[in-house]
Write a protein that binds this ligand. Structure first.
Ligand code: NAD
Ligand code: UDP
Length: 317
C-alpha cells in the first residue's frame, strides 16, 4: 500500500484547511494524487478535513506559509491558497494578510522552484478593486485604493501575481494565476463575515439580515464545486496568464438577501447598515478566456448552489 502510494504525484496546498482549500484537497485526492495541506489555522478549521483526513494519501502539516516551507520528497504541484479571505478577517489581520500574499507567496514559489513543481496562485477579483470596467476581463488593470482598509488584501494579491510572473521570467517556474470571484459552499466558517455565511446564519436564527448600504451593489456567486473544477482545469491545461474563475450570474446584494430568506423559509426581515469603505459597487467576471482556454463554465445555478450551501449551514448554525 505504502509503496503504491509513494509513486503517486504529490500536491501541496497552502490554506488546505480553509473553505476552498479543503475542497481542493478532496478533489486532488479523488484525482489520484497524494496531498499535503499546510495551514496555520488562522481562519481555517481542522473539521474541514474530517471526511478525508484518514486517507493514507493525505497529510496535514500545521505551519505558517510566511515562515518558509521546507519539505523532503517530490512535489508535482504547489497550490497557494493561504490567506485570510473575508473583509472582516483581513481587516482584523492586515499585516498578516500582506505577509501571506507577499512573503508567503515567495516561500511557496521557492518550494515550487526547488521541486520543479507547477505553481498555482489563488488570486482574486479584488485585483480589479472597485471596477470601472464591467464585466471584468483579465486585461483590465483595476481600480484599487492601496491605502484603504481593503488595500492589505488587494495589493498583496496584486503583488503575489507580480511575484508569480517574476519567478516564471527569472527562474522558469511553471506558474498559473486564477482570479477567483465570490465563491460559496459548505465549510465556510459561520463567523467568516462574508455575505453568504452572514445572511444564512441570520436567516436560520430568525435574526434580521444585515444588508450593507442600500444593497444595490452587485456580486456574482460561484458554487465551490464549479470553482474547484476550474482550478484543476487551470492547473492541468492553463497557461501563465491570469484567468478569471467565477459565475457570471450577477445579483444585487439585496436580491441575494431576499433569495436566502426565500430559500430558508425564514421570517427574518432586512436591516440596512452602513456600507464598508471602498466596497466595490459591481462585480461580474468575463469568463470568455476560461471558456476558451479551459473549456470551463459554471454548471450550478445561483439558487441551486445556495440550496446546497444552506443544507450545510443548517447543520452548523
Ligand atoms: P479561508 O479563510 O476559508 O481559507 C484560507 C486558509 O488559509 C485558512 O485555512 C487559513 O487558516 C489559511 N492561512 C491563512 N494564512 C496562512 C498562513 N500564513 N500560513 C498557512 N495557512 C494560512 O478562505 P477561502 O475562501 O477558502 O479562500 C482561500 C483562498 O482563495 C484565499 O487565498 C483567498 O484569497 C482566495 N479567494 C477566495 C474567494 C472566495 O470567494 N472564497 C474569492 C477570491 C479569492
Ligand atoms: N455584505 C452585506 N452584509 C453582510 C456582509 C456583506 O451587505 O452581512 C455585502 C458587502 O458589503 C458586499 C457584498 O455583501 O457588498 C459581498 O460581501 P462579501 O464580504 O461576501 O465579499 P466581497 O465581495 O465584498 O469581498
Amino acid at each position: 500500500m505504502a509503496a503504491t502510494s509513494t509513486r503517486k504525484p504529490r500536491a501541496v496546498v497552502s490554506g488546505g484547511a480553509g473553505f476552498i482549500g479543503s475542497h481542493l484537497c478532496e478533489a486532488l485526492l479523488a484525482r489520484g494524487l497524494r496531498v499535503m495541506a499546510i495551514d496555520n489555522l488562522i481562519t481555517g478549521n481542522r473539521d474541514n478535513l474530517r471526511s478525508f483526513e484518514s486517507n493514507p494519501d493525505f497529510e496535514f502539516k500545521q505551519a505558517d506559509a510566511n515562515h518558509g516551507i521546507f519539505l523532503g520528497g517530490d512535489v508535482r504541484y504547489v497550490l497557494h491558497f493561504a490567506s485570510p479571505a473575508s473583509p472582516p478577517q483581513y481587516d482584523a489581520n492586515p499585516i498578516h494578510t500582506l505577509k501571506v500574499g507577499t512573503i508567503g507567496t515567495t516561500n511557496m514559489l521557492g518550494l515550487a522552484r526547488a521541486k520543479d513543481a507547477t505553481f498555482l496562485l489563488a488570486s482574486t477579483s479584488e485585483v480589479y478593486g472597485d471596477p470601472l470596467v464591467h464585466p471584468q476581463p483579465e486585461d483590465y488593470w483595476g481600480n484599487v485604493n492601496p491605502i484603504g482598509p481593503r488595500g492589505c488584501y488587494d495589493e498583496a494579491k496584486r503583488c503575489a501575481e507580480a511575484f508569480a510572473m517574476a519567478y516564471r521570467r527569472t527562474h522558469h517556474v511553471d506558474t498559473r494565476i486564477v482570479r477567483i470571484f465570490n465563491t460559496h459552499g459548505p465549510r465556510m466558517q459561520v463567523r467568516d463575515g462574508r455575505a453568504v455565511p452572514n445572511f444564512m446564519a441570520q436567516a436560520i436564527r430568525g435574526e434580521p439580515l444585515t444588508v450593507y448600504g442600500d444593497g444595490s451593489q452587485t456580486r456574482s456567486l460561484c458554487y465551490v464545486s464549479d470553482l474547484v473544477r476550474g482550478v484543476l482545469a487551470a492547473l492541468e491545461r492553463g497557461d501563465e496568464m491570469p484567468v478569471n474563475l467565477g459565475n457570471p450570474q450577477e445579483v444585487t446584494v439585496l436580491e441575494l438577501a431576499e433569495t436566502i430568506i426565500k430559500l430558508t423559509g425564514s421570517k427574518s426581515r432586512i436591516e440596512l447598515e452602513e456600507l464598508p469603505v471602498d466596497d466595490p459597487k459591481q462585480r461580474r467576471p468575463d469568463i470568455s478566456r476560461a471558456n476558451k482556454l479551459l473549456d470551463w463554465e459554471p454548471e450550478v445555478t445561483l439558487e441551486d448552489g445556495l440550496r446546497k450551501t444552506l443544507e450545510y449551514f443548517r447543520t452548523v448554525v
